[in-house]
Structures are given as C-alpha cells and as structure tokens.
Design a binder for this molecule. Structure first.
Ligand code: ZN
Ligand code: FE
Length: 239
C-alpha cells in the first residue's frame, strides 16, 4: 500500500492510503478537500473511505465535499457519532476495520479529545496518530485528563519499534526545541534535529517518524509516570 502525504491548511497533514493495483484509496483526516481532490484526479484514483481520528475542524473539514464527489463513506469513533460530520460507519476500541486490502486496528486514545482514535494499519506498519502523538511531542489536553493522555501514549508506545508514525501536524521543529531544553545530552535527539532541519530546508515533511525514534527522542514518551508527564505538558503549554 502506498501512503501519500497531502499538506493542508497551515501545517496540517492529510494522508492517502492507496491500493495502487485497484486504484482506490482511503483518506485520513482531510482538513480540506481541494488538495486531496487534486491528487486523486491527477492520479486517477477513486476515494472509498474517509477516516477521522477526531472531530476537530482541521481534521474533518473536507468530509462533506469528498463524500459528495466520491460517494465515500466516513468512518469515525462510536462516541463521536454526534460530532463527526457525515459519519456513516462507527468503529470501537480494539476493532479490526477491514475493506478489501485496507486493514486497520482501531485504538481508542482519549486525552486531546475524548473520542480520539488511532488507525493502526498493521500490514503496512503504519499508525495514524492524529493530534495525540506528534513527532517529538504530544497533543494538548482539551477534553481528557492528564492520566488519560498518559495512558493513550502508553498504548502507542507499545506498538512495534519499526511502526511508522503519521501525525496530524508539522510541529516537529518546534517540538524538538522543547525536547532539547529538557534532554540536552541526548545524541539521538541531536542527530534527529539535524535531519529535521535538512528536510524542512528542502521543503519536505519531517513525517513519518518511527516508534523507535520517538522512544529515543520524544521527552513525553520518556516520562515514566503521570506526574512527570503532567509537569512536562504544563511546561510545553507555556513554551
Ligand atoms: Zn485536534
Ligand atoms: Fe489538529
């Protein structure tokens, strides 16, 4: 399966998961429809599903138009069926969602919002973490508790080391500065920052990251109790 990164809005990423043989795709978190439509039309691919990690407008903004044009089905968490626009199919925690060659495990990861989920495409070793785990950071806690967010990150941490992480925003450089402030002697982090800067200078996304890199470099994943995690989250909010 091919994964195409579609930059949207200011700093959002939507992702297309493409079955190249069948010329069909799923889109994860279409912030807006136009860039997604452009890619699909240029490459003559039909859109089958719209998968939403959570209900925020910068993740569902393209739902309505994409559904109308492609007759695609919107997939979202059962607890968010009242606030994900145009939702057709509800999924629940630990469910395996399947359609032809698309296969993802649903992992409920509350904290940023109460209905946030991760789509883990295990055959492709890829996890779509929305606004919960960012590269070198994590999402703000808007609806859940610190302990919910801590537990949600723990679930993501348990995925295999070589899992690719596709998150909702290009926040990596700013996140790296916060990590460095609290982890000044981390060689892995310093090397990753050099890579990040190179990519950004060439106008390339810093995504995907991997679980291995995040475990080595992401200060929020290094916190091994909820107290340390909460302190870091508060400091980051004022960074
Ligand atoms: Zn969000
Ligand atoms: Fe967002």
């Amino acid at each position: 399966m091919k994964i195409e990164i579609i930059p949207c809005l200011q700093d959002n990423y939507s992702y297309l998961i493409i079955d190249e043989k069948k010329k069909i795709a799923c889109v994860i978190d279409p912030s807006e429809s136009d860039p997604v439509i452009k890619y699909l039309e240029d490459n003559k691919i039909d859109l089958k599903f719209i998968l939403n990690t959570h209900h925020h407008y910068d993740h569902v903004g393209g739902n309505q138009k994409l559904k109308k044009i492609y007759n695609a089905s919107v997939v979202g968490f059962e607890g968010d069926k009242h606030r994900i626009p145009e939702i057709d199919i509800v999924v629940h925690d630990q469910q395996n969602w399947k359609y032809e060659n698309f296969e993802a495990k649903i992992i409920h990861i509350p904290g940023h919002t109460l209905g946030h989920i991760c789509f883990y495409f295990y055959n492709d070793k890829s996890a779509f973490t929305g606004d919960t785990l960012f590269s070198l950071g994590c999402g703000k806690i808007f609806e859940g508790t610190y302990s919910q967010m801590y537990e949600s990150l723990k679930k993501i941490k348990e995925l295999p080391d070589d899992t690719k992480i596709f998150c909702g925003h290009e926040y990596t450089l700013n996140n790296s500065k916060f990590c460095l402030t609290h982890d000044q002697d981390n060689k892995h982090l310093k090397n990753k920052i050099i890579e990040i800067q190179k990519k950004l200078q060439n106008n390339l996304p810093t995504i995907p990251s991997t679980i291995k890199e995040e475990l080595e470099c992401n200060i929020f994943l290094k916190a091994n109790n909820v107290e340390t995690f909460s302190k870091l989250r508060d400091l980051k909010d004022n960074f």
